[in-house]
Write a protein that binds this ligand. Structure first.
Ligand code: SF4
Length: 317
């Protein structure tokens, strides 16, 4: 059993540091995320940075579990906690997750107030904020820095790929250098960052995906979330796929690529996700993404069978 920063890494049987284990060790109990929607839009949709958004993004702005935005966040929070405590018990704790849209974009005073409030909710031990690296003005950074002194804060940034050609194709409207500017501002303040990447983007090779993992590793993020491209119906990505029929990754290819990426990521990087949460009715392709448990089990089995671990191909830290 290997020990890393006082965490026994593999007691959950994984060959990487999973977020659930990290949280359990840090807080001494089960910790789950409570998604909150404060109705933030996205500068990549309203014309400020781009129009139409990233081509894979759904009309509801990528939230996996959307609650009506008109509900106050306390109502959203309590309603989820009520449901989840039946599953996890009264002693479990929560992280308030500002998930949908760009949660540092819009009315700054309103956003700050909601984040402050959430950080003080009962049983809330942390806050996660999903946003874009190009939406982090100095004032927001200062605010986040203060919040991070009071609670376990993570800022989640969508990178998807370090390949700017693909970035253009998916209409990310932010190149890698711009991403790095925002990333480094957070890093300099010691704020935890979670970087999201997507495998299987149109025309990306395995080498492209491994390069993204390698570059992300150099940034030393607190956490990484790896997603498989899920082509949702009624998106621009769906239109492109139907028109060009670009190659999709098979389940086996995805598993192999993810495991190779994990090997390139330092063992101290927390792995927050290894696939998406595609809904059957919304998914156009690939259909294997719907069976999340098969993907996760496949990754675990592959790592065990090949005796590989996260970080065994890097020694950057
Ligand atoms: S930045 Fe995020 S919310 Fe905005 S369009 Fe892209 S995926 Fe959707």
């Amino acid at each position: 059993m290997r020990r890393i920063k006082n965490i026994t890494k593999y007691e959950d049987g994984k060959h990487f540091l999973s977020m659930s284990l990290y949280l359990k060790k840090r807080f001494g109990c089960k910790v789950y995320k409570v998604p909150l929607n404060i109705g933030c839009s996205c500068p990549n949709r309203d014309g400020t940075k781009g129009i139409g958004g990233c081509i894979y993004c759904s009309a509801d702005l990528s939230g996996d579990f959307i609650i009506e935005k008109q509900e106050d966040i306390a109502v959203q929070y309590n309603s989820t906690v009520e449901k989840m405590s039946a599953k996890w018990g009264e002693n479990a704790k929560c992280i308030a997750y500002f998930q949908s849209g760009t949660n540092t974009y819009g009315n700054q005073e309103f956003i700050k107030k909601q984040i402050e409030r959430a950080s003080n909710f009962e049983n809330c031990v942390g806050v996660s904020i999903g946003t874009r690296a190009d939406c982090l003005c100095d004032d927001v950074i200062e605010f986040l820095s203060n919040i991070s002194k009071k609670t376990y804060l993570t800022v989640e940034l969508g990178l998807q790929t370090v390949n700017d050609q693909t970035g253009k194709l998916i209409n990310r409207c932010m190149d890698y250098s711009e991403f790095l500017k925002g990333y480094n501002k957070l890093k300099q303040k010691g704020i935890n960052i979670c970087v999201h990447i997507i495998n299987g983007l149109p025309y990306e090779t395995k080498e492209d995906m491994l390069k993204t993992a390698m570059e992300v590793n150099k940034l030393k993020p607190h956490c990484v979330k790896i997603h498989m491209l899920n082509i949702l119906k009624n998106t621009e990505m769906a239109r492109l796929y139907l028109e060009e029929k670009f190659p999709l990754l098979s389940l086996e290819e995805y598993i192999e690529i993810v495991c190779e990426q994990l090997r390139l990521l330092d063992e101290n990087i927390i792995i927050g996700r290894l696939t998406g949460d595609g809904k059957k009715e919304d998914t156009l392709a690939p259909l294997w993404t719907i069976k999340k448990i098969d993907v996760l089990n496949g990754i675990d089995k592959y790592m065990i069978k090949n005796n590989i671990f996260s970080g065994d191909k890097t020694n950057i830290f």
